[in-house]
Design a protein around this ligand. Structure first.
Ligand SMILES: [Zn+2]
Length: 118
């Protein structure tokens, strides 16, 4: 995913986000940093600074065109005992069938904690 954004705005976003991926929280380097659309372009997301956040290559490619809530479920499953076992769709189907899968981790993305409250 590449698009034109002037280098100063790009740098300002990395600065604002503390040079850390806003999905997994790990620091990014010049080689691993990307910008991601919080609301995907395909979902009507704007191409402005407010809709852009720092993401590492890995999270950006995992997120793809998923909505934020879909990606949250993806990350929760990845951190749960169902990692590598259930996809988001399978999880949803099982829950819809009334299967009790128990709790899965609550995922709060770093950018959601800005300001100190969740
Ligand atoms: Zn990341």
């Amino acid at each position: 995913m590449s698009f034109k954004l002037n280098p100063e705005k790009r740098r300002a976003i990395y600065e604002r986000d503390g040079h850390a991926c806003q999905y997994c929280g790990y620091p990014v380097t010049e080689k691993t940093r990307t910008l991601d659309h919080l609301i995907p372009r395909s979902g009507g997301g704007r191409h402005g600074v407010a809709n852009l956040i720092t993401a590492c290559v890995s999270c950006n490619s995992s997120k793809g065109t998923k909505s934020l809530d879909r990606f949250r479920l993806f990350m929760a499953l990845k951190r749960s005992r169902y990692a590598g076992i259930l996809t988001c769709d399978q999880y949803d189907q099982l829950v819809a069938m009334g299967v009790d899968l128990g709790p899965i981790p609550v995922v709060v993305f770093p950018f959601e904690t800005i300001g100190g409250e969740q």
